[in-house]
Design a protein around this ligand. Sequence first.
Ligand code: NAD
Ligand code: UDP
Length: 389
Amino acid sequence: MAASTVRINLDGKPINQLTILMIGAGGFIGSHLCEKILQETPHKILALDVYSDKIKHLLEPDSLEWAGRIQFHRINIKHDSRLEGLIKMSDLTINLAAICTPADYNTRPLDTIYSNFIDALPVVKYCSENGKRLIHFSTCEVYGKTIGSFLPKDSPLRQDPAYYVLKEDASPCIFGSIEKQRWSYACAKQLIERLIYAEGAENGLEFTIVRPFNWIGPRMDFIPGIDGPSEGVPRVLACFSNALLRREQLKLVDGGESQRTFVYIKDAIEAVLLMIENPDRANGHIFNVGNPNNEVTVRQLAEMMTAVYANVSGEPALEEPTVDVSSKEFYGEGYDDSDKRIPDMTIINKQLGWNPKTSVWDLLDSTLTYQHKTYAEAVKKVISKPTTS
Ligand code: NAD
Ligand code: UDP
């Protein structure tokens, strides 16, 4: 980005150079957001995380054109006195740090609650006390289950959008009982949203809350046994990618009937950049960020990924590419699921004029091309190693 280019925001105002503290910059979303900011804006990033592998290509070598605009801080926000200083040095803090893989919600509920609520508290407090703007990452999971899911299976009302479309300012948050520990994450995220909202109302905190609806793309999670633990269970994109790479069956939890809307990470990041550069339009708002046109069941996702991967890899699909597993077997005790997630787009359309562009087929094509290029050789090597008995 040439330093002399004057960029203007949606209201025609010049965009000043910002210093952005990005907490969780080394994760999936953080890595794409860093890339976008460095490539297309003049802003500076203080990138904070405990890991940096996914942004290594942005940090080294020193000859990169943006070398002076990104600085990595290896910090755990659970216990580090440098956090407040970094918030004070920045114009804007973006908090992405979280435990956010469903396999952890029911098996590590304490870590999940601490990570998504307790560890976020100082970030909110320091932003509020120092008069600094905050963009906080929540989740679509705060909506929980749809109202429609409680209607009889054959009720015609299930087809009525009033019973399933999720609206930031109108839909209730519907979680399961306490022993369904799946909801530990959603509940912690809901409480931090309420706290941020209250800081805005009572103490004037300038905030924006983002509710991502299944953002997917390259660098999401890890492939077990390659760049993550062998026994680890990532989110569905990486679980299915792992099975395809290993020529194993894709596991459909409870028949793969749940529905999701998937949005391509590069579309979603454009929405975040609009929030960053249009504070007058973004402050005080909660935004759904998803693609309502990309709804599929998990079974359909598995079928589409199988077809796309066969094309990308040139290897024919298995004769029976999927297998059903129970949620208890796959995730253990206390798992529960969101039935359907369609974002209402009224608020983000009105405030930021943002719309997603990429279809499920297109986003799977680019993502699985990346997965194949990045992992196929490494997986082959691991599979071909003789196992010691
Ligand atoms: P991710 O796990 O890839 O990234 C999170 C990053 O935060 C990781 O790099 C991790 O090391 C870091 N982190 C966690 N705890 C930390 C701590 N104590 N100190 C410092 N760093 C810490 O996840 P992601 O998909 O990039 O998600 C980012 C945010 O968006 C999360 O808050 C998540 O809840 C939310 N979200 C994402 C999605 C999605 O579709 N990807 C959906 C809903 C919500
Ligand atoms: N899922 C599945 N097989 C897998 C991994 C996940 O059937 O190998 C299902 C999971 O039960 C859920 C959906 O896929 O219904 C999406 O899971 P993900 O982990 O991506 O997170 P979620 O959307 O539930 O937050």
